[in-house]
Each structure stands twice: as structure tokens, then as C-alpha cells.
Write a protein that binds this ligand. Structure first.
Ligand SMILES: [Zn+2]
Length: 148
């Protein structure tokens, strides 16, 4: 067991603490860093799990990326893809829904594609989610080529 961020060997307690609170293997230092990020941005746990799932698949992404207007849960800048984790579908109001659509529109105008992923999909189908995102990245890359 090693830290997904720095590859440091994890002791039993570090491993247990990080798995229980975040569901990812992190050393004490990187666990603390993630906890600070969550406190600051209210980052969903699934965004962190997906971020490390992507990292393990070789995808370079950014957590809580500031796009000039808002913080995006995960951004993959190479293909201009923003990923937002929806953590409370059952409480989605029409105001939130139209707000989401407006945000997606603004991102599109800046050349960014936004996809929204329900948190339960990340929780139960992490590998499939990563696979689909890689497929979306390939599609976006092909589209970028045709434009340029
Ligand atoms: Zn570490």
C-alpha cells in the first residue's frame, strides 16, 4: 500500500484513516491536504475518488480548478473537459437545474465541455466511469483536431 499522490509506503493507521474518511490510499500529509481542500470547497468525496481513479489510468486532471467564475470539481485541460459531481440529485430543484444549464453554456462558450456525473455512479462504477471519461476525451481530441 502506497500513497496515490507521492508513492510513500503507508503504515496501517495511515491507510485505515485515509480509506475510512476518503476511500483512497493517501499518506498522512496528502490526506490532510485533501481534508483541507474539502473544507475549503466542499469537494464531494466522489470527486476525489474519481480524480485518483483517473490518475491511476494515466489521465492528468485537476481537482477544484478555478475557471475564472467558479471552481470546477475536476478539469482535464488538455481536452477542455470539465467534470462536475452531482451529489444530491434527489434534491435538485428547477433553480439548480437552470443554473447548471447556464454554467454549462458559459463553459461551452469558452470552449469547455461540461459533463455532470451522479456521485453514485462514481461510488459503484468507478472503473466504468473512468473508461467512459477516457472515451469522451478521445472523442473531444478527435473533434479538436477537425477544428484546428
Ligand atoms: Zn503522499
Amino acid at each position: 500500500m502506497t500513497c496515490l499522490e507521492c508513492n510513500k509506503e503507508l503504515g496501517y493507521l495511515d491507510h485505515k484513516n485515509a480509506m475510512e474518511s476518503l476511500g483512497v490510499e493517501l499518506c498522512h500529509k496528502h490526506h490532510d491536504r485533501m481534508k483541507a481542500l474539502i473544507k475549503k470547497y466542499d469537494t464531494p468525496l466522489e470527486a476525489i475518488q474519481l480524480y485518483y481513479g483517473l490518475k491511476e489510468a494515466g489521465v492528468k486532471a485537476m481537482l477544484e480548478w478555478w475557471d475564472g467564475k467558479k471552481s470546477v470539481d475536476i478539469a482535464i485541460s488538455r481536452v477542455k473537459l470539465n467534470i462536475e459531481i452531482d451529489s444530491a440529485y434527489e434534491r435538485l430543484t428547477e433553480e439548480q437545474a437552470i443554473h447548471n444549464l447556464e454554467e454549462a453554456m458559459h463553459s461551452f462558450k469558452n470552449g469547455f465541455t461540461t459533463i455532470r456525473i451522479p456521485h453514485i455512479v462514481v461510488r459503484y462504477y468507478l472503473n466504468e466511469t473512468v473508461r467512459n471519461i477516457i472515451g469522451i476525451m478521445e472523442g473531444l481530441k478527435a473533434n479538436l483536431k477537425t477544428i484546428n
